[in-house]
Design a protein around this ligand. Structure first.
Ligand SMILES: Cc1ncc(COP(=O)(O)O)c(C=O)c1O
Length: 217
């Protein structure tokens, strides 16, 4: 299985075995990172880089933050994981602190952006049926052309990126796409069955697209 790898090492070796054995979902830069401290990362050949991506903001606190590493190690050595089939002594204090910090009534922790968007879609539809009085299965959600919200089946149903969308049908209905940043197009698309408008404050997948002044407001 490891044909042709004799003598291949460093960056080239890691890229080759990753491309060969890990399913492709991105087109990464040819840099193989091995360690990081704060905002700086080092690759397997010893080159240092300033990490301006920060795990798409999942890592705004930097790499190997000593307080976070110590706290994670302490918790892993105390109680590793519970499902929501039980209560535990960490979730309640976390929920209280995060709700107070964000000024929200409740919170729901997620593992990924796609799950967060999926949950927002479900909450919006349920609100539509139970509170707004939309007839069963008639809810629509306004989305933006050029969007990227993740890779689940429902989310790619309203993507116009062929790579994300094509070959994964049948698709989930109930979405109307309008031009990003065009507030009149949003207004025209909203009707009595609209339960949400879904958009990125700045689009980031097909280029960086900043909406016109006043659009978010
Ligand atoms: C704007 C936006 N929404 C949603 C997602 C999906 O997040 P995840 O990959 O964690 O599911 C991404 C991921 O890059 C994103 O950029």
């Amino acid at each position: 299985m490891s044909d042709g790898l004799a003598g291949v090492e460093g960056t080239e070796f890691h890229i080759e075995i990753t491309e060969r054995y890990a399913a492709h979902n991105y087109h990464p830069l040819p840099v193989v990172l091995a360690s990081g401290e704060g905002a700086w990362v080092t690759d397997v050949d010893g080159n240092r880089y300033l990490d301006c991506l920060a795990g798409y903001s999942a890592l705004n606190f930097g790499h190997s933050h000593p307080r976070l590493v110590a706290r994670a190690q302490q918790q892993l050595g105390t109680l590793t994981l519970t499902s929501r089939a039980f209560f535990n002594d960490q979730l309640g204090p976390f929920a209280l602190a995060l709700s107070e910090l964000t000024g929200k009534e409740m919170m729901l922790p997620m593992n990924s952006g796609a799950e967060a968007v999926e949950t927002a879609l479900k909450v919006s539809r349920k609100w539509g049926y139970q509170v707004k009085g939309v007839p069963e299965d008639q809810a629509n959600i306004i989305v933006m052309e050029g969007n990227f919200h993740g890779r689940t089946t429902t989310i790619i149903s309203f993507s116009d990126d062929k790579v994300a969308h094509d070959n994964y049908g049948p698709y989930t209905p109930g979405f109307r796409a309008v031009t990003y940043g065009d507030i009149e197009a949003v207004r025209a698309a909203v009707d009595e069955h609209t339960v949400a408008v879904l958009f990125e404050p700045i689009q980031g997948e097909g280029g960086v697209v900043i909406p016109p002044e006043g659009f978010l407001r």
